[in-house]
Design a protein around this ligand. Structure first.
Ligand code: NAP
Length: 266
């Protein structure tokens, strides 16, 4: 059903398929206008036409390769200059299941450039305007491998650990300025991600795979409830609370003038 409230404009990266396309649909239905970013212009245009038809929201397409510095700069400029933007969804990303040392280092570098560098630059472009206007939100799509890097390729896990740590830091610095920040940690989700990463979805146990629609609905519920970290597939939230409380309890003890006694030479 179409939502009549006007919430400003959301820029969604990686909106041509999977999780990003579902975000676009669910945000339009909640009353956001959209700017859709990915490389495949035709897919973006098809989605834009269907969402405009369904929701009557304004949906614009910006075809861009976020691994290309000029294309990335154009999206950064849009984030800097468009005061109607209220939400950035940093979703574009790639992964792989190939073991770390068997992976091509150039491919790993391109993964870092997309999952980390582009996400960081887009955030840097959006934040000053959000702060000046005293409102705005950033949703960063991380992964369960942010906290479980042994599950897939280690560089992929490293990029997603960055996204989680970056989100914690952004929240720490920006919450008091009225800016909302959320990291979403999906488990295995039924999208083209798996095919693109070299492991077709059919090879996964169905019991661990969520639909993109369920994933995004749960993530938006977490966002609307004010969560900074949302893990849609984790049923026992006390496991996350224990993990996070242990990390925060250790934090004041991590820098001291003397080595811990256990490191005294025998
Ligand atoms: P997907 O269907 O393959 O979508 C990836 C999106 O990123 C596509 O729209 C793709 O569009 C875009 N993209 C890829 N390279 C790009 C580039 N160089 N420049 C601009 N856009 C680019 O996979 P997905 O599962 O929805 O992935 C979305 C996010 O969820 C990723 O960050 C991924 O790491 C994360 N995630 C996925 C899973 C999962 O199991 N699926 C689990 C945890 C986290 P174009 O090809 O048109 O550019």
């Amino acid at each position: 059903m179409t939502q009549q409230v006007h919430r400003g404009t959301a820029l969604v990266t990686g909106a041509s398929s999977g999780i990003g396309a579902v975000y676009a649909a669910q945000l339009a239905r909640r009353g956001y206008d959209l700017v859709l970013v990915a490389r495949n212009r035709e897919r973006l245009a098809t989605l834009a036409a269907s969402l405009t038809n369904e929701t009557r929201q304004d949906v614009e397409v910006l075809a861009a390769d976020l691994n290309n510095r000029e294309d990335l700069a154009a999206i950064e400029a849009r984030l800097r200059d468009d005061a109607s933007l209220t939400l950035l969804v940093n979703n574009a990303g790639i992964g792989t299941h190939t073991p770390l040392v068997e992976s091509d280092v150039d491919h790993m570098t391109r993964m870092i450039e997309l999952n980390v560098t582009a996400l960081t630059r887009l955030t840097y472009a959006a934040v000053p305007g959000f702060v000046a206007r005293g409102q705005g939100a950033i949703i960063n799509i991380a992964s369960i491998v942010s906290i479980a890097p042994e599950i897939l390729n280690g560089v992929y896990g490293g990029t997603k650990a960055f996204v989680l740590a970056f989100t914690h830091s952004l929240d720490h610095e920006l919450a008091a300025k009225g800016i909302r920040v959320q990291a979403v940690l999906p488990g295995a989700t039924a999208t083209e991600f798996w095919e693109v990463g070299g492991l077709p979805l059919e090879h996964l146990d169905k019991a661990i795979v969520m639909s993109a629609e369920d994933l995004v609905s749960a993530a938006i519920t977490g966002f609307e409830r004010g969560e900074t970290v949302t893990i849609p597939s984790l049923h026992d939230v006390e496991q996350w609370n224990a993990f996070e409380n242990a990390r925060r309890a250790m934090s004041p003890h991590l820098s001291t003038s003397k080595p811990a006694p256990r490191y005294r030479a025998a």
